[in-house]
Design a protein around this ligand. Sequence first.
Ligand code: ZN
Length: 303
Amino acid sequence: MKIRLPAVFLFTSCLLLFTSHLSAQDLGPQFKKIKDGIFVYAGKPNESNCTIILTQEGVVLIDSGNTPLDSQAVMKAVKQLTSQPIRILIDTEPHTDHTTGHFVFSPPAAIIAAEGAGESMRKAYDPERMKKLMAEPGEMGAAAKGYHLVTPQIEYRDKMTLNLGERSFQLFYLKNVHSEADTAIWLPKERVLFTAASVGVKRFNNLRPFVSIPDTLNAIKMMKGLNPEVVIPGHGEPGTVQILDNMERYYNLLLDRVKQMAQQGKSLDQIKKELKMPEYEDWGGKDRFPNNIEAAYRAVKLN
Ligand SMILES: [Zn+2]
């Protein structure tokens, strides 16, 4: 026994070292632990979220941070959490506030996105914007050094299942909810759902001309059907299914009111002038309310 004691001690200390449970606070104020091995790097107000998911066979990232500075903070946290590599990066959408940081992680990470994401990124690519970012003095310029456009190596159509270690990731293409290539990600065992930017948190979404409120309501219905415990939107505080409920209620009310006014013979311009939704006075992004009315008008005119 005497001989074995030091060995036991050594073994225990090693175990403690390897499983030393870093809390989200150890990683920095922007990190929030969602479940064991799942950490969200919450963007500052209106910035995108980035999530680190540890598995026994390496790390999966959901999105890559709002700016290269955020991507570098996430990379630092991953190194604190594990010695394993980031194997997969899943894009919830192709816009720059989710994908500029690709170059920080890939290689070695393989980037997966919905079909059309790469094309969308190439079209939006603005070398001048990146030159300016790299020339910025201080931290931002330093974080952006080495930037080059990296597009997803893998694009899926409609649905995809990914298994890594003990975890499973179900990817669902969301049609016409925000960008050309939006992906919801569902972890069935953990009951964690990533909604992409299909929903906002107390915030009006920017509804581009191709975005459809009925398609968004269908996406919300599908995601609610998964029965998530934790809901992590593309932007805004992670929460519960309430995030989906709130957005669903808002769109239904908006559709009802716009429909009523259209039936009274009012033009789109009149509706934009007259429609008020005092229930959402505390929501952000009010400059987007006119394009929300336009999307609702498109939807009710189709029926
Ligand atoms: Zn976006």
